[in-house]
Design a protein around this ligand. Structure first.
Ligand code: B4P
Length: 193
């Protein structure tokens, strides 16, 4: 089972690159951002609760997100592996994910980090906000809050995975296609190894 985490700050291109990676490597894609937005559109209790956090640029509580990922994994026992996009975002989420995968005698194979500086990210998110209608992309203060959350709660995961020798960083600025090939080169090293 090949399990990949696509890691990076808000707007780094995790969703964009995941779509391309899953077409090439035939993995099952799980984006916690997409799942939360689908819950909100369906007007579920979980979606409404999550929206209170998302609209302020805060992370949704761990237990909500972990439960959602657990359901997704157990509903896809046939998956040859997963691309985790936007998950984990905290240390408790990372340890919960390790425990879930252990049930399949599996673990994380590779963490691909998209490295992009904050000013470029703010530009991208404000641009996306014009067309996406996403409340969390419309206002610079909310976007800056998402970066604070990232710095405080998510960035420590980089060291967590580096210590395990699983982290590969790729520069996430430039043509989408060129970044994709850099990510594929990292993937292919793991597949060959
Ligand atoms: P996500 O949906 O994961 O969104 P994201 O981090 O904003 O976006 P991503 O990095 O995927 O960027 P994209 O490819 O779209 O999370 C949204 C919110 O949900 C979080 O803030 C949080 O509140 C909540 N949440 C989700 N998961 C959670 C978890 N595990 N725990 C707690 N809370 C959670 O790209 C962004 C833009 O850049 C696009 O417009 C794209 O076209 C553009 N772009 C991409 N690559 C580019 C390139 N190379 N050059 C120029 N533009 C590029």
């Amino acid at each position: 089972m090949l399990n990949l985490i696509i890691f990076g700050p808000p707007g780094a291109g995790k969703g964009t690159q995941s779509e391309k990676l899953l077409a090439k490597y035939h993995l099952k894609h799980i984006s916690t951002g997409d799942l939360l937005r689908a819950e909100r559109s369906a007007g579920t209790e979980l979606g409404n609760k999550a929206n209170e956090y998302i609209s302020k640029g805060e992370l949704v509580p761990d237990e909500v997100v972990i439960g959602m990922v657990r359901n997704f994994i157990s509903n896809h026992p046939e998956a040859p592996g997963f691309i985790f996009d936007g998950f984990p975002r905290t240390l408790p989420q990372a340890t919960a994910l390790d425990n879930m995968l252990l049930e399949f005698n599996a673990g994380i194979s590779l963490v691909l980090g998209l490295e992009v500086d904050e000013d470029e990210l703010v530009k991208r998110l404000l641009l996306r906000g014009i067309t996406s209608g996403r409340a969390d992309d419309q206002n610079e203060e909310t976007i800056r809050n998402r970066f604070r959350e990232y710095q405080n709660k998510t960035l420590p995961l980089q060291a967590f995975y580096k210590e395990q020798g699983k982290y590969s960083g790729v520069r996430g600025i430039g043509e989408v296609e060129a970044i994709f090939w850099d990510l594929c080169a990292e993937m292919d090293k793991v597949k060959k190894g």
